[in-house]
Ligand binder design. Structure first.
Ligand SMILES: Cc1cc2nc3c(=O)[nH]c(=O)nc-3n(C[C@H](O)[C@H](O)[C@H](O)COP(=O)(O)OP(=O)(O)OC[C@H]3O[C@@H](n4cnc5c(N)ncnc54)[C@H](O)[C@@H]3O)c2cc1C
Length: 342
């Protein structure tokens, strides 16, 4: 089949490789320039999952790991501090990973397509892998995004482990993700755009030098709120249809899981079964709806741990079941303390 992939991020580059290897005729379209393309992301994800996805796509994930975390320190409101044992959380060279996946595949760089400007009729299927932008699909009235930006820094001498600062009311958080060799990402997502922690980071780490400032909002609304997933032969995959874990704004693994769901459906019939894809995506990410609800209740100050106990349990049991996929320990006690502290 002739497949156009719009957006060469996580989902777009992985899917292009997998489709090309299946014998489809793939053409990729990416709005950034070939040399200026930079994945806007803190490059942190679970090694356990990325090893599997990489192997399927013919890459050895060990070659991309920059830093393997041991412990995550969380600064919480009212001077509370919590530590999480890390079980596979790493940072990796996401730029090289995405570029390597696209080796040998035709990529048209430098054009930002819209639904009107994209030549959809030239393809059997077109994949909207434009992430937050969702450039080819209609907007969703339920869409909810959080503003975010980050600095790529070098010459950081005193911090060599992941740490975050959670904002009161779960309105966002600050992160430092180490990239090895004194480099790291310093950033924050914050509904109130105050980005507490960033200025303090630079005050404490006088030697840190900014290499790059990058940013874009992160989608928190789950797939159940991001319909439609299709428009004629255009199919959304990844963050474009809400595959982001709402509590963390973490979308690498969810976008790859969504990509595999797309492939499963495509492989199983001559014609793409839109209903089956919808059901699979909604089913796989069902509990993201509950997690999103917890976040919105927290943001509005109306989460009550007793009244919403069932909701919290759903989040815990699902996260515990998928502990390997997150790359950090999932503990009910710590989760409850965290929810209360925020
Ligand atoms: C600051 C920040 C930090 C983050 N950190 C993490 C993290 O550490 N771990 C994690 O798991 N998640 C993180 N996320 C979320 C994660 O990066 C995304 O959810 C994930 O990359 C989504 O994958 P995707 O393939 O759907 O879209 P993206 O990876 O965003 O790829 C979309 C691609 O489409 C291109 N594009 C956009 N519009 C068009 C258009 N009109 N025409 C052509 N091309 C277009 C873009 O240039 C981009 O290359 C972060 C997000 C932000 C903003």
């Amino acid at each position: 089949m002739k497949i156009g992939v719009v957006g060469a991020g996580v989902a777009g580059s992985y899917l292009s490789r997998m489709l090309e290897d299946r014998g489809h005729k793939v053409k990729v379209f990416e709005s950034s320039g070939m040399n200026s393309h930079w994945p806007v992301c803190a490059w942190g994800a679970s090694k356990n999952m990325l090893e599997t996805f990489s192997a399927k796509a013919g890459l050895n994930f060990d070659n991309y790991i920059l830093h393997s975390g041991k412990i995550l320190k969380m600064y919480l409101p009212e001077n509370n501090i919590e530590y999480l044992d890390l079980k596979g959380l790493v940072t990796y060279d996401k730029k090289r990973w995405e570029h390597d996946l696209l080796k040998g595949i035709e990529v048209g760089y430098g054009t930002r397509f819209t639904h009107e400007s994209f030549p959809t009729s030239d393809f059997d299927y077109v994949l909207d892998c434009t992430g937050y932008h969702r450039s080819l699909l209609p907007k969703s009235i339920h869409d909810f995004v959080i503003p975010a930006y980050e600095y790529l820094v070098e010459n950081v001498n005193d911090v060599n482990e992941f740490y975050v600062i959670g904002y009161k009311g779960a309105r966002g958080y600050f992160w430092y993700f180490p990239l090895g060799g004194g480099r790291g990402y310093v950033g924050a997502g914050d509904i109130d755009r105050k980005y507490v922690g960033i200025e303090e980071f630079f005050q404490k780490n006088r030697s840190a030098r900014v290499i790059k400032k990058i940013g874009r909002p992160i989608r928190l609304s789950p797939p159940s709120l991001m319909k439609p997933f299709f428009l004629k032969n255009i199919i959304g995959v990844g963050e474009s249809i809400g595959c982001v874990f709402p509590m963390l704004g973490e979308g690498i693994i969810p976008s790859l899981i969504c990509s595999d769901l797309f492939l499963e459906v495509l492989d199983n019939s001559d014609k793409f079964d839109y209903d089956r894809y919808t059901k699979k995506v909604l089913n796989k990410f069902r509990y993201y709806r509950d997690v999103y609800r917890i976040i919105r209740l927290k943001m509005s100050g109306s989460l009550n741990t007793l009244k919403h106990f069932k909701l919290l349990m759903t989040m815990y049991t699902n996260m515990k079941r998928e502990e390997k996929r997150f790359g950090f320990e999932i503990s009910f006690d710590k989760m409850t303390r965290l929810v209360r502290a925020l």
